[in-house]
Design a protein around this ligand. Structure first.
Ligand SMILES: C[C@@](CO)(OP(=O)(O)O)[C@H](O)COP(=O)(O)OP(=O)(O)OC[C@H]1O[C@@H](n2ccc(N)nc2=O)[C@H](O)[C@@H]1O
Ligand SMILES: Nc1ncnc2c1ncn2[C@@H]1O[C@H](COP(=O)(O)OP(=O)(O)O)[C@@H](O)[C@H]1O
Length: 268
C-alpha cells in the first residue's frame, strides 16, 4: 500500500508560555501544502525500514515510522512485521513537519491495511505520542492549533486562489534549537481571528515568534523572506521553527536567482 504524506506551513506562530513539563504553549494555524513524500508498506518476514531521496539524519530504528509501528504493536500484538520504504522529498529541519506527516500517514495506512478499526480521534491520540504536530496530519485539514500545538479547532481558510511558493535555503534549524532561544509573549489578537482578514493585511498583524532569534542565528533566512516581499508576496513568513520560508502571491513570481542557492517549490 502506498500513501503520499504532505507537508504543512504555519500561518502565525505565537509562543505564549513555557510549560512546567518543559514544552511551550503556542497558537498557530496549520495549513497543508502540496509537497509530498512517498511511503510504501508491505507485509514481510521481519520489520525493516529503508529510504531513498533526501538523506534522513539518525538511525533507521529511530525513524518516526518505526516508532509508529512499535506504538501500534503494543496495542495490536497480532500486527505482522512490515517492510517500510520511504522516498523522502520534503526538506528536513525545515519547519514543514515532514517527519510528523510520515508518522501520521503511517498510522492511517496501518489502520486501513490491517483493519485496526481506529477512528480519527484514536489515531490522533497515537500521533500525539510521536510529536506535537503529528496529530494535525491525521485530519490534514486547516486548523487553529493551541496548547502544545496538538489541540485543534477547524478554521475556514482556503488559499487555493493564491500561488504559494516555498523556499528552502541552505540552513538547518532543529526544533529543539528553535525552542531553546524563543521568548514567549502574550497574544493581543489570536491568529484564529487574524486569518479571517484579507491576506494582504496579514503582514501587519501575523507574526512567527521564532523569526527574531532564528534570523539572528541564520541571516540567510531573513534574506529569503525579504526577497519574497520584494518580488510581490502579499504575505511571507518562516514556517514553524524554520528554515523554510513561504510566500503567498497572486501569481507565480520569478525567483530564478534564488534557485541558485535555495530549493524552490512553486504552486504548493
Ligand atoms: C515548531 C513546530 C510548530 O509547528 O513545528 P516544526 O517547525 O518542528 O515543524 C512544532 O511545535 C514542533 O512540533 P514537533 O516537531 O512535533 O515537536 P516534538 O518532536 O514534539 O518536540 C521537539 C522538542 O521541541 C520542544 N517543543 C516542542 C513543541 C512544543 N509545543 N514546545 C516545545 O518546547 C521540546 O523541547 C521538544 O523536545
Ligand atoms: N520520517 C522522517 N522524516 C524526516 N525526519 C525524521 C523522520 N523520522 C525521524 N526524523 C528525525 O526528525 C528530525 C526533524 O525532521 P522534520 O520533521 O522533517 O523537521 P521539522 O520538525 O523541521 O519539520 C530529523 O532531523 C530526523 O532526525
Amino acid at each position: 500500500m502506498i500513501v503520499f504524506p504532505n507537508a504543512k506551513i504555519n500561518i502565525g506562530l505565537n509562543i505564549t508560555e513555557r510549560r512546567l513539563d518543559g514544552y511551550h504553549n503556542l497558537e498557530t494555524v496549520f495549513y497543508p501544502v502540496k509537497i509530498f513524500d512517498v511511503l510504501e508498506v508491505i507485509e514481510a518476514d521481519e520489520l525493516s525500514f529503508e529510504s531513498s531521496g533526501l538523506d534522513i539524519p539518525g538511525r533507521a530504528e529511530d525513524n518516526l515510522c518505526i516508532k509508529g509501528y512499535h506504538l501500534l504493536k503494543k496495542d495490536f500484538p497480532k500486527l505482522p512485521p512490515v517492510k517500510i520504504h520511504l522516498h523522502k522529498n520534503v526538506p528536513i529541519g525545515a519547519g514543514l513537519g515532514g517527519g510528523s506527516a510520515n508518522a501520521a500517514f503511517f498510522i492511517k495506512l496501518m489502520d486501513e491495511k490491517f483493519g485496526l478499526g481506529l477512528d480519527e480521534e484514536e489515531m490522533m491520540d497515537y500521533a500525539r505520542v510521536l510529536g506535537a504536530d503529528c496529530a494535525f496530519f491525521i485530519s490534514n485539514r486547516p486548523v487553529f492549533a493551541f496548547e502544545k500545538g496538538d489541540e485543534f479547532e477547524p478554521v475556514k481558510l482556503n488559499l487555493s486562489a493564491y500561488h504559494i511558493v516555498l523556499v528552502m535555503p541552505d540552513a538547518h534549524v532543529s526544533t529543539a534549537e528553535a525552542y531553546r532561544g524563543v521568548k514567549s509573549t502574550p497574544v493581543k489578537e489570536t491568529v484564529y481571528d487574524l486569518v479571517n482578514m484579507p491576506v494582504a493585511a496579514w503582514k501587519k498583524h501575523i507574526r512567527n515568534d521564532f523569526e527574531v532569534h532564528i534570523f539572528n542565528n541564520h541571516p540567510i533566512i531573513r534574506g529569503v523572506k525579504a526577497t519574497l516581499y520584494e518580488r510581490g508576496a502579499l504575505y511571507a513568513s518562516m514556517s514553524g521553527s524554520g528554515a523554510s520560508v513561504f510566500g503567498i502571491f497572486e501569481t507565480r513570481p520569478d525567483l530564478s536567482d534564488l534557485e541558485e542557492t535555495c530549493q524552490v517549490f512553486y504552486g504548493v
